[in-house]
Ligand binder design. Structure first.
Ligand code: NAD
Length: 321
């Protein structure tokens, strides 16, 4: 039988896909966000526009809810999160603290929180060929300024609500999620979407700007795998934070080459070393994920990027007309 589910951040990339999945699997879903989904109408049974920094809006949002998926956050790609430490940390601390408080008071059955690989210490990510990050690597703490510190703090808050009040919290540390219906321009977009947009707008033979020297490494998880993992983890009995990401690591240059191949365009890269590039290397260790769920993200980067590129290309073409 379906459950009454709240998805916060339902107007955003992952929240919108999660709502679709939960409705399709027979649940009644309330979506809340300060904005409507940008690219298509929501599937949610009820969609509420509200600012979740305010406690009273969180109290309204969780009324009659069994399970909370708390994805609302002030966030963006590396350019955006490097330049807005104070506002990001303030906004997200308010959203997450009030959502946890309201959920505990309303005695919801489960509370999912979307943390991030940005909580991992800088000193573990100084090499491009780094050892994949294990959950236990989070301490001693030295997370990404602003956004990462707030995520780490909220992970602890989830643990305290679990230990002190018995709230069934679940925490996933997402590693770079990409796919269709995500922000692809305007300054908040992340690397895969920005690269797809640049290729979609390029002519054969053009030069593409790449942030950093292109040797920085990352892993990228396709949105369908992310949604699948979120729901499985929430239904599991594991309350400690778990990596949710792909463990296939590529350089940013390799990412550009893959998208170029998909686009059928031949381009040259111009590396801009003045642009922020984040940590030098990052990859997910999926041992705990495999132990807990008997599963890990399986969509290949080529398949996921092909779908994403086609969608962004279509957006770019339509907006240029
Ligand atoms: P997104 O920006 O598309 O979605 C976040 C949504 O939260 C937005 O629609 C935004 O309007 C909403 N929001 C912001 N402030 C709000 C407020 N005060 N009240 C109500 N809603 C508010 O981002 P996303 O990629 O869908 O990310 C979802 C979650 O996953 C976030 O918590 C993010 O930190 C986390 N995460 C994402 C990634 C990734 O690669 N996309 C990686 C790590 C963690």
């Amino acid at each position: 039988m379906g459950q009454n589910i709240l998805v916060t951040g339902a107007g955003g990339f992952i929240g919108h896909h999660l709502v679709k999945y939960l409705v399709n699997t027979g649940n009644r879903v309330r979506g809340v966000d300060i904005k409507e989904p940008e690219f298509e109408a929501t599937d949610a049974d009820e969609f509420v526009l509200a600012d979740l920094r305010l406690k009273e809006n969180c109290v309204d949002a969780v009324r009659d809810i069994d399970v909370v998926y708390n994805l609302a956050a002030d966030m963006g790609g590396i350019g955006f999160i490097s330049e807005n430490h104070a506002s990001i940390a303030t906004n997200n601390v308010l959203i997450n603290t009030h959502m946890l408080q309201a959920s505990q008071e309303a005695e919801v059955k489960r509370f999912f929180y979307s943390s991030s690989a940005c909580i991992y210490p800088g000193y573990k990510q100084e090499e491009t060929d780094l050892t994949p990050l294990k959950e236990s690597d989070a301490y001693p703490a030295d997370p990404e300024e602003g956004y990462g510190w707030e995520k780490l703090y909220t992970e602890k808050l989830c643990q305290y609500y679990h230990d002190d009040f018995g709230l069934e919290t679940r925490v996933a540390r997402f590693h770079n999620v990409y796919g269709p219906l995500g922000t692809y321009d305007g300054g908040r977009e992340k690397a895969p979407a920005a690269i797809c947009r640049k290729l979609a707008m390029a002519q054969d033979g053009d030069e593409i700007e790449v942030w950093g020297d292109g040797q920085q490494t990352r892993s990228f998880m396709f949105i369908d795998d992310c949604v699948d993992g979120i729901v499985q983890l929430t239904e599991s009995s594991h309350s400690d934070p778990v990596n949710l990401g792909s463990d296939v690591m590529v350089t940013v240059d390799e990412l550009v080459d893959l998208v170029a191949e998909i686009s059928g365009k031949s381009i040259t890269k111009r590396h801009d070393l003045t642009k922020p590039q984040g940590v030098r290397g990052r990859n997910s260790d999926n041992d705990v994920l495999r132990q807990v769920l008997g599963w890990e993200p399986g969509t290949s980067l080529t398949d996921g990027l092909a779908v994403t590129y086609r969608w962004i290309e279509q957006q770019v073409t339509t907006s240029v007309r």
